[in-house]
Design a protein around this ligand. Structure first.
Ligand code: FAD
Length: 333
């Protein structure tokens, strides 16, 4: 069992030498958790970045940044990264390790949890220190939010998506220690990342879009999905989805909103043919106005939105598109 002042860690990844926003959000939250515990907040960063990126970690709340800038850390290698994190974790005994629910974090977190023989709570929606000085990890389940704790094993490991926590206010008077980290010696890689390809989202990025149209399994088929996509296009909206729409292959994982997808902050959210399951709805809690289109008047989604339209989306969406296209034409003439 660790002491209550053992550090709180954030794995601050870098992609093309840039630290993603979620890492700063997590450092801000680590700062709060560390203050509640009387511990230090520390970031572990593997790969070369500019000094101002490291300073941003200090300004966000880190007391210490462990930095490995060997070329071995240049692009993400799961075996090198996990081995380095596990070795340093055994030496310095953090009581908590936080990672972003990014492609890297999602892969690293279970590997380091397994190697350290501890638990992992994925896609948390909140983190807090409970009265027993243990990390409370809130996730959506059973139609609401439940808290998971890891009472015995250490470290307590959690992943969190971008947008769950706010980017902290930067305190430019803050600074801290940078401690070097070396890659493991003599590690024979069984898996090697050859290249990292960054795919730019088509159209408006979901997280920044003022209007989001999200489709669910009620679309029924590829043609139904295409109608929802057209509605998004006509409204200049970003296209979002639920997990079944991704599983059906109608859309990419990039469009999934919710606990294991993205957090969105639109002025207007329109959910089409989806049931309002918590795992999806936690991704839209910041939406200003919410509308749902569902053919089941008893659907739980209607209890969660501002405006409900009880209609079959296969009939209603094409009519709405026609109407909006007509309006757009008129406003152009
Ligand atoms: C650990 C975990 C994490 C998860 N993470 C996510 C996540 O990040 N994002 C996510 O979305 N899901 C996630 N899920 C899945 C989630 O629990 C739900 O299964 C999913 O959100 C349901 O999608 P849906 O609303 O499209 O489908 P359903 O629940 O099947 O709802 C379909 C709705 O469409 C309506 N409908 C059917 N036909 C029509 C029609 N013709 N016209 C209008 N309405 C119609 C139905 O009345 C129904 O309400 C996760 C699950 C788990 C266990």
């Amino acid at each position: 069992m660790s002491r209550s002042d053992n550090p709180v860690w954030v794995i601050a990844e870098q992609v093309s030498e840039i630290i993603p926003t979620v890492c700063f959000e997590l450092v801000g939250q680590a700062r709060k958790l560390a203050d509640d515990l009387g511990a230090s907040a520390e970031a572990l960063l593997l790969g070369e970045v500019t000094r101002d990126q490291i300073d941003l970690l200090f300004y966000s709340g880190a007391d210490v940044v462990y930095h490995g800038n060997s070329p071995d850390f240049g692009i993400y290698q799961s075996e090198i990264y996990s081995e380095t994190i596990v070795t340093l974790s055994k030496e310095t005994q953090p009581q908590i390790i936080l990672l972003g629910s990014t492609f890297i974090g999602r892969e690293l977190a279970p590997i380091i949890a397994a190697k350290l023989g501890t638990g992992l709570t994925a896609h948390c929606m909140d983190l807090f220190i409970n009265e027993e000085h243990i990390l409370g990890q809130r996730i959506p389940a059973y139609g609401g939010l439940i808290s998971i704790t890891c009472p015995e094993k250490r470290p307590q490991i959690a992943t969190v998506a971008q947008g769950v926590f706010q980017v902290p206010e930067l305190d430019k008077n803050r600074s801290g220690k940078i401690l070097p980290v070396e890659p493991p010696v003599g590690l024979k890689l069984r898996v090697k990342t050859l290249e990292v390809v960054i795919k730019k989202p088509e159209g408006v990025p979901l997280e920044e879009a003022p209007i989001v149209v999200a489709g669910g399994s009620g679309a029924g088929c590829v043609e139904g999905w295409q109608e929802i996509k057209t509605l998004a296009d006509v409204l200049d909206a970003a296209l979002g989805s639920t997990r079944p729409a991704v599983d059906e292959g109608w859309t990419d994982l990039d469009t999934m909103i919710g606990q294991s997808g993205k957090m969105v902050n639109p002025e207007l959210y329109i959910g089409v043919g989806l049931s309002g399951e918590q795992q999806h709805m936690v991704g839209i809690t910041n939406a200003k106005v919410m509308v749902a289109i569902n053919n089941d008047p008893k659907s739980p989604v209607f209890e969660q939105v501002d405006y409900g339209i009880v209609e079959d989306c296969r009939e209603f969406v094409p009519l709405l598109v026609k109407k909006l296209q007509g309006k757009n034409k008129k406003s152009r003439t």
